[in-house]
Design a protein around this ligand. Structure first.
Ligand code: ATP
Ligand code: ATP
Ligand code: MG
Ligand code: MG
Lengths: 253, 253
């Protein structure tokens, strides 16, 4: 049974892409078949897995524009069980182009329908906003994984994200649940980190993953080599944390 | 002569808000009259300067909706020469509401026209996107300050930002220039930081500010106390860096 997880938080720079790429790679290392869907026009997840600059009109934007089928755009990565549905900058036009399209919120859900059974997990990396692209991800998803940077602004934006999730559950995707809240860039030496975690545990209780992702420079370095952390430095604290998270998610079922 | 500076970069979490708030405070400490305009629906700049939760319908959204004048929404902060034009979450509706309004890109420019001569500097904190709110800031501004986090994805997104700036210069604001590129979260122990700085200097040459903002936890802590860094911890490396940046910007003229 395929599980579709949207990785979303409108606050910028909280570790959405880093989580999508490295959780995806860690799940595929456990021989789960994984599709990573990049619907951020910044296309950071796409560039984190290799040099795909010359996609020549073959990205998720072309799928949305009905120019090509989803299956013909999916590319293999260095990890056997990890495939990528790439994005590119032209996707930024979608916000305006879809404004008056009927049932524009269901586009991604419809496109994934045919191929989804080939995968155990589909992870969707969202842009830092709650506009139409993120709405598409939340409508297509079974659950939402919320990366929460252990810093002040992180808690501030949660109310708005939860409102949006409620709206989507009410109108567009009644089965959507919160998969979990992931503490990212955690530094146990800082009071700030501990305070944010306390707040998150008060708010979300057992929805907070037991695995915290530590601040680890190897996680920031690996995208420049076009590799997920487990191929770049398997012994780093970042790689170990994402492997532990993958086990926790598989166990949660 | 008032100088309007948009602080923009669509990459999330690069230090836009931290720069808008702390550069604003440092300029006001040098007795420059500063207006900080928050046009991010996340309203992080607004909450960084105090507890303004009960704005009761008095934010930039109400100014855009023609319900109230700009002058009646501006609030004083703890710093004598620093005023704030606050944002709130309802601003997120503007993207959709403005879609078919004529000359929707000029809204902020028009609203600032009457009051701008009361200030030496107007700083505009932008959301992590290149949609209508950021376009409004780039049209209203004389120049753009680009915070560049010293990490891998930072360089990737620059091309798209420069394209957007070119489009704005060509069609909507011919006088718009790049004020400067600010290296943020710089850690001199990391190769990654040094590599990104080398790239930035190659690309932007003397447009890169000589002042680098170091990674300093005090900068991440101060918003939770509703204070800019110079009121929270004047001796921190973060406070010293933003005061040095203010001097550099005043000197550049
Ligand atoms: N645990 C970590 N330790 C150190 N650096 C990290 C960690 N997680 C992410 N980073 C770095 O922090 C920056 C922000 O992370 P990332 O780009 O994944 O966030 P995002 O939420 O996807 O951003 P955006 O909102 O722009 O999409 C990147 O430079 C990334 O390499
Ligand atoms: N120099 C610094 N040292 C340490 N932490 C920093 C520094 N600058 C910013 N931060 C922290 O990093 C996080 C991201 O910064 P900030 O929110 O200012 O970025 P932003 O570009 O405004 O994000 P968004 O794209 O969501 O608007 C915040 O938690 C902030 O406190
Ligand atoms: Mg991202
Ligand atoms: Mg911000």
């Amino acid at each position: 049974m395929t599980k579709i997880i949207a990785i979303a938080n409108q606050k910028g720079g909280v570790g959405k892409t880093t989580t999508a790429v490295n959780l995806g790679a860690a799940l595929s290392a456990a021989e789960k078949r994984v599709l990573l869907v990049d619907i951020d026009p910044q296309a950071n997840a796409t560039s984190s897995l290799g040099d795909f600059q010359n996609l020549l009109g073959k990205s998720i934007y072309d799928v949305f524009a009905e120019r090509i089928n989803l299956e013909d755009v999916i590319i293999k990565t260095e990890m056997d069980f990890l495939s990528l549905l790439p994005s590119d900058i032209s996707l930024a036009a979608v916000d305006v182009e879809l404004v008056d399209k009927v049932s524009r919120e269901f586009l991604l859900k419809e496109k994934l329908e045919k191929s989804k059974k080939e995968y155990d997990y589909i992870l969707i990396d969202c842009p830092p906003s709650l506009q139409i692209l993120t709405v598409n991800a939340l409508v297509a998803a079974d659950s939402v994984l919320i990366p929460l940077q252990s810093e002040y602004y992180a808690i501030e934006g949660l109310g708005k994200l939860l409102n949006t999730i409620n709206l989507i559950q009410h109108d567009l995707n009644p089965d959507l649940i919160i998969e979990g809240v992931l503490i990212t860039m955690y530094d146990q030496r800082l009071n700030l980190s501990k305070q944010v975690v306390e707040e998150a545990l008060k708010y979300f209780k057992d929805k907070v993953y037991k695995t915290y992702i530590p601040r680890n420079v190897k996680l920031a370095e690996s995208p420049s080599f076009g590799k997920p952390i487990i191929l770049y430095d398997i012994n780093s604290s970042g790689a170990r944390a994402y492997m532990k998270l993958a086990k926790e998610i598989i166990k949660n079922g």
